[in-house]
Design a protein around this ligand. Structure first.
Ligand SMILES: O=P(O)(O)OC[C@H]1O[C@H](OP(=O)(O)OP(=O)(O)O)[C@H](O)[C@@H]1O
Length: 230
């Protein structure tokens, strides 16, 4: 028998499911009806990558700034549980990887190593897996299908608990990630591209660069779906 609160949860769950269905029929970027991701919004992520230089001189390439359609897409995938949009997020990431591979000194017969930053344990639990690793795998498959020599290497692990970067200032973000990652397993033999979904201060990506280099890897750049100003 349903209790009063159980019935309430059931109704709320039903409403949430209906809301999901309704939103799935709207573009994650602009809210246009009839498609989960419209052509115009996809076009916003199809231009030349944004380029920046992170502290330490590490090149950063991102498909788009963290605003508008790109922000809507990433939030829908990360916080809205819209896993059907992951291919839409992986496509621009694949193009960034392809451009980085062409711009930087190539792997000379080998392959570019895409190294995703690991998600926090709580985020992995909430999303049913590691989102950045999934986007990297999808992007690598797309880039390979178009002829790029690229593979994913997962070996970065968290060695202690870290907080969500959201809500922390620049110094807090750096302190939160400082020394938090290490590499386990064989060192990637080829040149590495660190992959993140969004680079804000760069604290997460730079900690990944540090941990990879400490293991002896040849890191060349950071690639991301979006880059936020901070
Ligand atoms: O460049 P930074 O200033 O380091 O910020 C970017 C990082 O912050 C976000 O992670 P967050 O800790 O919010 O975790 P989540 O993705 O698990 O929500 C994001 O996924 C990046 O990894």
């Amino acid at each position: 028998m349903l209790t009063g609160s159980g019935a309430g949860r059931g109704a709320a769950g039903l409403l949430a499911a209906v809301a999901d269905l309704v939103w799935a029929a709207h573009c994650a970027g602009c809210g246009a009806e009839g498609t989960p991701w419209c052509r115009r919004c996809a076009g916003e992520l199809a231009g030349p990558p944004l380029r920046a230089v992170l502290p330490g001189g590490w090149p950063l390439l991102a498909a788009a700034g963290y605003r508008g359609a790109a922000r809507g897409l990433l939030l829908a995938v990360k916080e809205g549980g819209r896993s059907e949009l992951r291919p839409a997020a992986a496509e621009p990431l694949a193009r960034v990887v392809e451009v980085a591979g062409r711009d930087l000194d190539g792997p000379e017969g080998g392959a570019w190593e895409l190294v995703p930053v690991p998600s926090r344990w709580a985020s992995r639990r909430r999303r049913g897996g590691d989102l950045v690793a999934d986007l990297a795998a999808r992007a690598a498959a797309t880039a390979r299908a178009r002829g790029a020599a690229v593979r994913v290497r997962r070996g970065l692990v968290l060695r202690r608990r870290v907080r969500d970067q959201a809500g922390l200032d620049r110094a807090g973000r750096a302190a939160n990630l400082a020394g938090a990652l290490r590499w386990v397993g064989p060192v990637p033999p080829g040149p590495c591209l660190v992959v993140d979904d969004v680079v804000t201060t760069g604290a997460t990506a730079l900690e990944a660069v540090r941990a990879l280099r400490a293991a002896g890897a040849d890191v060349r750049a950071v690639v991301a779906l979006t880059a936020a100003r901070r």
